[in-house]
Write a protein that binds this ligand. Structure first.
Ligand code: ZN
Length: 351
């Protein structure tokens, strides 16, 4: 009898261990996207179901390593200890300024950008910053071009994961078939051409099964038009990272309407981005379920912001640096967005 009890206890212990490891296997099989609060800069951390990590932009330099420390905190939360792929969308301080500090603290595998530059008319201290970036990368950077892909590891039993670059250096992926522009394309408003590095941002789509995520860095208006006119090179998207922190020189309605996002996440700061026109464009779209914001735009009215529950940081000064997290469950064909501040969680179907 005693032996039987011991056997039963052992069996149930083994079953529990089996269940626990199955659970951790399952939780590993999600695609995670974490919006690190870098105060109006950009730092989007992606962890694939195979446990591979992609960091898109690194936030600002200075502030005693604030943004690098916040990225490290996000990495711990995502249970990773190094960055396998670092994508720099473009050479503006709020996107690549944080690289040297981050590289001092953690291991970074491969560095990707839109290619070498000698000067930037909008940044008089470019040469110095670019040299610090190249040095942090050990001189080894990979140039992404329209049509480039980053090969990602495939986790067993999960749908295909892929990352494709659609624009970089001011060029979009060439179209195979010539299409004639739609009425929406012809009617779309133009803005003055943008000579800054924003227009050279790396734009990519990350696909995991049927889930599609678009990150276009700080790409601006006329290039956004080229991405969807005359041919929509992006297709329909589940999750849209609002371009350029929500600036009104980006988020051309012709693009936003063509990609039909279900959810939009905006990495604005308390006084940067989050323009009322952008908020209006996005919230008035028929397909959009919710807009989530990194910060409340403190210069805007309540109506000109997403509802407070969907905003990670409400105050102008807030050292808590709450994140917004996305978890994609391909098996259940849904994705969940969580506001770390109030733990508001919403689940959306994948298209
Ligand atoms: Zn920016």
């Amino acid at each position: 009898m005693k032996r039987l009890v011991t056997f039963c206890l052992l069996a149930s212990l083994l079953a529990t261990i089996g269940l626990t490891s199955a659970l951790s296997q399952n939780s590993k099989r999600k695609l995670e996207i974490l919006y690190v609060d870098v105060e109006g800069g950009a730092a989007t951390l992606i962890v694939t179901p195979a446990g591979e990590s992609i960091l898109v932009d690194t936030g600002w330099p200075g502030f005693e390593g604030r943004d690098a420390k916040r990225i490290e905190t996000a990495m711990k939360a995502a249970n990773i200890s190094q960055i396998d792929h670092l994508i720099i969308t473009h050479y503006h301080t709020d996107h690549y300024g944080g690289v040297p500090e981050l590289a001092k603290r953690i291991k970074i595998g491969k560095f990707y950008d839109h290619g070498p530059m000698e000067s930037l008319q909008e940044d008089k201290t470019f040469a110095e910053k670019y040299a610090a970036y190249k040095s942090a990368a050990g001189g080894k950077t990979i140039t992404l071009q329209p049509g480039s892909t980053i090969e990602l590891k495939q986790a067993a039993g999960t749908p295909k994961i892929s990352l494709e670059v659609l624009a970089a250096s001011g060029e979009v992926k060439p179209m195979r078939v010539k299409a004639s522009p739609s009425a929406e394309c012809n009617a779309a408003a133009k803005q003055a051409d943008d000579p800054s590095d924003n227009a050279r941002s790396v734009v990519f789509v990350l696909r995991y099964g049927a889930f599609d995520f678009l990150d276009s860095g700080d790409l601006t208006w006329n290039l956004e038009h080229k991405l969807v006119c005359p041919t929509n090179l992006i297709g329909e998207i589940d999750l849209y990272q609002v371009a350029h922190h929500g600036a009104e020189t980006s988020n051309n309605p012709v693009l936003v309407n063509a990609i039909k996002p279900t959810v939009a996440i905006m990495n604005n700061g308390p006084r940067k981005g989050g323009h009322p026109n952008t908020v209006k464009t996005i919230r008035s779209m028929p397909t959009i379920k919710d807009l989530w914001q990194g910060h409340r735009n403190v210069g805007s009215t309540e109506e000109q912001n997403a509802p407070a529950d969907f905003i990670a940081n409400l105050e102008a000064q807030n050292d808590a640096a709450h994140m917004i997290r996305v978890s994609v469950d391909a098996a259940k064909k849904n994705f969940t967005v969580t506001n770390d501040r109030n733990k508001l969680t919403k689940t959306y179907s994948i298209k």
